[in-house]
Design a binder for this molecule. Structure first.
Ligand SMILES: Nc1ncnc2c1ncn2[C@@H]1O[C@H](COP(=O)(O)OP(=O)(O)O)[C@@H](O)[C@H]1O
Ligand SMILES: [Mg+2]
Length: 256
């Protein structure tokens, strides 16, 4: 069943000096509980696409339908995780994760239960009382992830969430995200410029092109749910990586 239908969406930004077409008649259908990774060169409109789905900005033309309703603004049903940490430094890990449900008016016992569940799933149970400044970058990302889940969204929108992490930490985050996503499947749109990350996590990989700013190609990822980090060494994985890298190079050289 289609969860998100992006239908011929364009987005133009007008500033005093220029007009930027950030998305040009982009169409994409995302199934319920599907993990779609979006890759593309910097400036090709990935964040714009995510912001449109989040409802932070409106399309210049075209429509985005979520569950048969047009996206008209932000909603708790869509949680967003950015590259920069969104933790409140003055709150403990548990209070950070409890923040969304508290704002939604969720009762104390139910809230505590959810906080515990997601802290456990992201591997932070032992750090519930810790303050963010005492955590590593990867752990703060885990807080972000737990927080996104605790509000009970249908859709998770992730904008290069692990882009600032070192490779080892990033790999741990892939495993953490996989674990949470398996325990509680959501529709996930994951923006990254890391092809291996996209192939490791995604059911499909969408390659974007900047000129014109739209979907260049969509790759079906043939691997099942039981992906281990070693998968990257498999010839099939590497072949797909090369294929996507080739598409991106084409896009970059303007040959697409
Ligand atoms: N608020 C804005 N005002 C003007 N131009 C913008 C704005 N947001 C994005 N753009 C432009 O739109 C294009 C796509 O940006 P973005 O979606 O951030 O790309 P990406 O996330 O793929 O790097 C870029 O050329 C960027 O400069
Ligand atoms: Mg971006």
């Amino acid at each position: 069943m289609a969860k998100i239908m992006i239908d011929s969406v364009s987005k133009e930004f007008l500033t005093a000096r220029k007009r930027t077409v950030a998305l040009n008649e982009t169409s994409l259908t995302i199934e319920d509980e599907e993990i779609v990774c979006v890759v593309g060169p910097s400036g090709c409109g990935k964040t714009t696409l995510l912001n449109l789905i989040a409802g932070f900005i409106r399309p210049s033309s075209g429509t985005i339908i979520l569950d048969d309703r047009e996206v008209a603004g932000p909603s708790a049903e869509r949680a967003v995780v950015f590259q920069s940490d969104a933790v409140f430094p003055w709150l403990t890990v548990a209070d950070n994760v409890a923040f969304g449900p508290r704002m939604q008016g969720m009762r104390g016992s139910r809230r505590a239960e959810r906080v515990e569940r997601y802290l456990d799933l992201v591997g932070l149970s032992d750090f519930a009382g810790t303050y963010p400044k005492e955590l590593s970058g990867g752990m703060r990302k885990r807080v972000d992830l737990a927080r996104a889940y605790t509000s009970g969204p249908d859709v998770l929108l992730l904008d290069e969430p692990f882009g600032a992490l070192d490779l080892f930490t990033k790999e741990n985050m892939w495993t953490a995200l996989k674990r949470v996503a398996e325990a509680e499947p959501k529709t996930i749109v994951f923006v990254t410029h890391d092809i291996e990350e996209a192939l490791f996590l995604g059911h499909r990989v969408v390659v974007m092109t900047p000129r014109p700013a739209r979907v260049h190609s969509v790759v079906d990822v043939p691997f099942g749910a039981d992906r281990a980090l070693d998968l990257r060494a498999e010839p099939e994985f590497q072949a797909l990586r090369m294929q996507i890298a080739h598409s991106l190079r084409e896009v970059h050289d303007g040959a697409a």
